[in-house]
Design a protein around this ligand. Structure first.
Ligand SMILES: [Zn+2]
Length: 84
């Protein structure tokens, strides 16, 4: 007989929202903020930023990428000094 093993703490289904508050933003784009108990918000994050805690969920806020969208300044076409 075995005790039932407790998995990692997962109060909500985090499969859909793999990123947690405090994680580094892996790619610039449009993200969905998956709240604990209200409809998701859509936000833009820039790569290298940190997913922020939300006022209602705090550190339990979860994020998922809806659509990667390169930030203007990261695009090679727009990089570099402007030639006058
Ligand atoms: Zn929230």
């Amino acid at each position: 007989m075995q005790d039932r093993q407790l998995g990692p703490l997962q109060e909500n289904d985090s499969n859909d929202c793999p990123y947690a508050a405090g994680d580094l933003v892996p790619d610039s784009g449009i993200y969905e903020l998956c709240h604990q108990d209200k409809p998701a918000d859509t936000l833009v994050f820039i790569r290298g930023a940190v997913f922020s805690e939300c006022v209602c969920c705090g550190s339990k806020a979860r994020y998922r990428l809806l659509r990667a969208a390169p930030y203007l300044m990261e695009d090679p076409d727009f990089r570099g000094p402007r030639v006058m």
